[in-house]
Each structure stands twice: as C-alpha cells, then as structure tokens.
Design a protein around this ligand. Structure first.
Ligand code: AQP
Length: 334
C-alpha cells in the first residue's frame, strides 16, 4: 500500500515555492487507496531561532494554507510534529544510527550554517536525522518534495538501510522521493541561481501566500530578467536562469509544461509576458489567500483539526516505535 508523508516548516510565511513544489502536489496525491500524512514540522523550525509568538502564528497560518490549498483533514492526516512525540523519540535513535560524516556532507547544512558552523545549533546539524524519523515513524513509502530535499531523502534511505543492517532486520522500507512537475525548484525573483525561500531577507525575492494581488503584480513586474524576448524552444533558456524561472512558474501555475509556455509565448517581450504571469498567479493564489484569511479567524477550529490529526498520526507511529524500541533492546515493562 502507498503511504505518503511530507512536511513543511512553519519557519516563516509559506511561499510560491512551497506551494508549487510541495502543497499543490500534496493536494493532488489525495486519492482513494492512498494514505496521506502531512505535518507542520515545528520541531525543525526551531533549529534556527524562532520568536515564540511568531512561531505559533506561522504554524496556524501554515495549517490554514494547507487547508486553503485543498488538503482535506478528513482525507489526510494533518498535524504538527511537536504533538506526536514519536518523531523526536525515533529521531534520537537515528542520531545514533547516522554518522557525523553523512550529516556534514548535506548541502543544506553547509548553506545554512555557512562559515560560522561553530555557532550553528546542534539541531540544525542533526535535522536530517529527525526528518528521516518523520518519514520512517510511519514507514512511509513515498515522499513528495521539492528538488532541494532530494539529498535528505537519500539520507533517509541510508539511515533505514543502516538500521536494518545493524540490527539484522528488514524493518524500515526504502522510501522513494517524488520530485515531479514543472516547478520542483522555484528560484528567487531577484536571483535566478538562488532558490525562492521563506527565510530570504528580501521580501521582493519571493511571493508569499499572504500577498495580495497588487503585491504579486508588483513583485513579478520587478522580477529580474534579461533584455531578450522569450525564445521559441526551451534550449534558448539554457543560460537564462531568471527567464527560465518565470517560464517554469507560469507552466506550474497553468498546469502545463515549460515547452508549451515557450511555444505559446515565442518572441514575446517580458513587458508583455510578466502581466500575463501576474494575472495567472493572482487567479490561482487569491482564492487560496482569501480562504486562508477566513480559516485564520477560527483558531479553535484549527486546534481541533491538529488535535485530531495528531491522534491519528500517533495511532500509526506509536506501534511502529514500540517495535523499534524492542529491536534496539530497550526494556518495555509498562
Ligand atoms: N523554491 C522552492 N521550489 C520548490 N519547492 C520548494 N520547497 C521549498 N522551497 C521550494 C519545498 O517545500 C517543502 C517544504 O520546505 P521546508 O519548509 O521544509 O523548508 P525548505 O526546503 O528549507 O524551504 P524554505 O522555504 O527555503 O524554508 P527556509 O527558508 O526556512 O529554509 C519541501 O518539500 C521543499 O522541497
């Protein structure tokens, strides 16, 4: 059976990158016969400092974004990580399975810790082991993610295999990443070589799910481009990362391919393409923003949904964790 797990950090407001690379695909995966488990990974968020009031607000907002985008809490399990303690318990065991060398090779660690790694939190270094625990606590078979998470899923597979080998069991599955669609890596609107990110200091670099129509149009109008018109084949976008990014965003929002967009707009100037892109982005995002704002009015309802999701998540993860404790040799006498 197919069991899908994925998560998003409430470490800031969600972006168009999170929507196209993750959320939109979470929604598409809700089908009969497929179990979908979606998590607001608040424990990951605190690997870098979060103001408590903001973290709480961002977690409510992320929950509202999931539902506004179409994650249905009746079909999918929707919850926040800190309410299901199996994640950190299994995460600790995986800290003892994973090797320092593996973690040190993670490009996201190198990017986020930067030159000042002595001063980064231990949690930031260990974060991929907790992510492996998020996934494997449910023995998830597939994980939909953006391109930037590919290396962490490979690490999850290595941890699963090492655990199975070390303990001589065939317990954890080897999870498959699902990285597909026209926008697996949405880039910054200011720099076509950097990923669009909620923690980028420049708000102009990203479209937030909370941006109104004017802000979206303004950011797209100001997005960095080059002076050339759009080419008639994808090959013509090879050395043009900013142009390529806008084409990819258009394709993902329209539910079509980058090839189809280039064919439709061959020879168009950005002066005419950008307003079309803005119009499309607003038409897709504004109903989501409106619904998010409506859901945010009733925090008690979001609390109820997360409590119910946490109970259902716990019911799957707890028995798996109990077996893990047994395999590892822990006494379970109560
Ligand atoms: N730019 C992106 N393009 C496509 N997919 C993206 N994702 C993130 N950015 C893009 C996907 O969204 C999911 C959740 O990501 P996350 O919140 O766990 O953290 P992240 O990947 O580190 O995303 P951010 O927005 O850049 O957050 P910060 O700034 O806090 O690090 C993942 O599936 C991710 O691939």
């Amino acid at each position: 059976p197919t069991r899908i797990f994925s998560g998003i950090q409430p470490s800031g407001g969600l972006t168009l990158g999170n929507y196209l690379g993750a959320l939109k695909r979470f929604v598409e995966m809700q089908k009969d016969g497929v179990e979908t488990i979606y998590c607001l990974v608040d424990m990951h968020a605190i690997t870098v400092w979060q103001d408590p009031a903001k973290l709480r607000q961002q977690t409510y907002e992320a929950a509202a974004a999931f539902m506004a985008a179409g994650v249905d809490p009746a079909r999918s399990i929707l919850f926040n990580q800190s309410q299901v303690t199996a994640h950190v318990e299994l995460g600790w065991i995986f800290n003892c399975v994973a090797r320092m060398g593996w973690m040190g090779r993670m490009t996201q660690w190198k990017d986020k810790a930067g030159k000042n790694s002595e001063n980064a939190s231990l949690g930031l270094f260990a974060y991929p082991a907790l992510m492996a625990a998020d996934i494997l606590a449910y023995k998830a078979t597939h994980v939909p993610v953006g391109e930037d998470q590919k290396q962490h899923i490979e690490l999850t597979r290595d941890i699963a295999q090492k655990f199975n080998n070390d303990y001589g069991v065939n317990f954890f599955p080897v999870t498959e990443p699902v990285i597909e669609g026209a926008a697996t890596r949405v880039m910054s609107l200011r720099d076509g070589t950097k990923k669009m990110s909620k923690s980028d200091p420049s708000d102009q670099s990203r479209i937030n799910l909370t941006d109104d129509a004017d802000a979206i149009a303004q950011k797209i109008r100001k997005a960095k481009t080059d002076p050339e018109p759009l080419p008639d084949t994808l090959d013509g976008l090879k050395e043009r990362p900013e142009a390529r990014n806008l084409v990819n965003i258009y394709a993902a929002l329209a539910g079509t391919s980058a090839e189809a967009v280039v064919t439709e707009y061959a020879g168009a100037q950005f002066g005419s393409f950008k307003p079309k892109l803005a119009e499309l982005a607003v038409s897709v995002l504004s109903p989501i923003t409106t619904e998010m704002n409506r859901l945010m009015q009733d925090r008690a309802e979001i609390d109820r949904i997360l409590a119910d999701g946490s109970d259902r998540a716990d019911a799957i993860a707890r028995p798996i964790l109990d077996q893990v404790y047994d395999i590892v040799g822990m006494i379970r006498s109560r």
